[in-house]
Each structure stands twice: as structure tokens, then as C-alpha cells.
Design a protein around this ligand. Sequence first.
Ligand SMILES: O=C(O)CCC(=O)C(=O)O
Ligand SMILES: [Fe+2]
Length: 293
Amino acid sequence: MITHGIRSGNRFIRWWKTLFHFFIQDFVEFLYLFKPIKGNTDLDNYARELRENGIVIVEDFLNAAVCDNFVEEIDAVVARDKKNPELTKSEIQYRDFNSLDGYDTGMIDIVNIDRDFPKIWDDFDPKKIETIIKIATARTLYFRTFNAYLNYSVTNTRGMHVDDVQPPVYKAFVTLKDINSTDDGPYTFVKKTHRLNLIRYINLFINFFVTSKIVTNFDLYSKKQVVQTIAKKGALVISNQTGIHSGHPQKPNHKRCMLVLSYLVVSPLNRIHRTAKDIIKNSSKIISQKDCS
Ligand SMILES: O=C(O)CCC(=O)C(=O)O
Ligand SMILES: [Fe+2]
């Protein structure tokens, strides 16, 4: 059984922790507002959009043939693993009714896929992703995990939420199959909810009283600000997970396959946080800001 911890423990304590995390995040974001992005390269422009909206889409990040190969490989791994678990360094999580209160049932999350398949890096260069996040945040970047998400007919997703983690996480999603409409279950994000925004506090305040809900599941937001990441295979989406987001529920028989890289952005303030310190210790620092023009 997979437990995600979002319902475990004392709800009251988790609520206060989440409020505290929001204060830290907003304070840090506020400080970095005074470091404008001056350049005008494509990467600067993507970074500016990421900073302003909390999300950016970069078309044609991976070529179609590489995407098709990855899908074939991942499908084969899952099929083999079902018969005879073979992954020793990564971990296949089959989301079922026991996980996340039954949300995302049917979703397969392969955590640390690159540990069993290091050759994935031969066809995948993360430099562009890392440069965009570094320019957008002007902070120290740590790499956390390389996952693959497989969604086959996942009709009941968790719904809109924020990922409440310290330090803040940025995720890079690379779709390996075309996402033609909401029926395919695109990653969905509410623009500008990642910083200095009352809406997160209002949602959290409501959830103090609605005790049946997960503390970080947020239903109140402007529908006008919602971005559905409908894009061709090979497109990259970079998202600040402190903003309100969700996987859109799929229609039956629709298939989505994505690579997901997660990164931590760390400011000196995050280091006073004990759990953040442990998380940072288990991640690897991205040393230089490489030029990838
Ligand atoms: O499946 C998705 O599109 C979103 C998943 C999600 O909420 C996350 O990775 O934080
Ligand atoms: Fe999430």
C-alpha cells in the first residue's frame, strides 16, 4: 500500500505548518522580486514567464522519435514489472484506492526511473530546464527526482491543490504523447497563484473549517486564469508547484505518458527549516549555470 502522508498525522498541526510555509514562501518570493530578469534571449523570456505566471510551456523540447522510444521502453518496463518486479533502484507506485483517498486510481508513478535506466540521460538533456529555472528564481537549484507518470483512463484525479513542501519544488513535465484536449488529462495550472496571492490564504482559511478536505486541496480560484497544457509530444512544461494545479481527469481509454523532473529552489531562509534541511541533503546541487544557447 502506498501512503502519501497528506492525510496522516494531526490535521490541525498540518494546517498551521502549511500556513507557516506560505508565509516563508511569500516572503522569499517578495525579496527576489527586486532581482529583475534583464536579458532578452529565448531562455530569459521563458524564465520571465515562469516567474510571472508560475508556469511556462516550451514546445519541441524533445524530438518525436525520442518520445516514441521512451513510451515503448516505459510500457515494456511496466508490462515486465507486473509479471516479475525487476526494478531495484527505482520504484513503481501503482496508485490504487488506498492511496490519496482513491484519487488518481490507475496512475502509475515510476519514481527515479533514471536509476534503473541511466541511458535515459543519453537522449535527455536537462540543461535548458535548469537554466530557465535558475534565471527565473535566481536561487540555488537542487535536482531531486526523475519520474515517469503513466495515466491510462485516470478519471478521478486529486483535484486542484498545492504541493506543500519546503523548500519549494519546481517540476518539469515532458509529454511523450500528444495532448490534444482535456480528455487526455493535461497538467492544469492556475496562473499567478504561486506567489503573493490572497487566494491561497482564503482557500487555506476555508479548509480550517472543512475538515473533510485535504488541507492543501483548493477549490476556489479564477477559472479565467486556468491554463490547460494542451501540447504536442515533446513539449516541456515547467511549473512552480506552490501554485494551484492538478492533473485534469481523463476520459476512459485516453492515455498520457510524461517524464517528470523535480527540482528544489533553495534560499538561505529555507535552511532554517529542519525538514527542508533533510530534503536538501538528499538532493544533488546543480553547480553551474550552464549556457545552452
Ligand atoms: O498528474 C498531473 O498532471 C499533476 C500531478 C501533480 O499534482 C504533481 O505532480 O504535483
Ligand atoms: Fe501536485
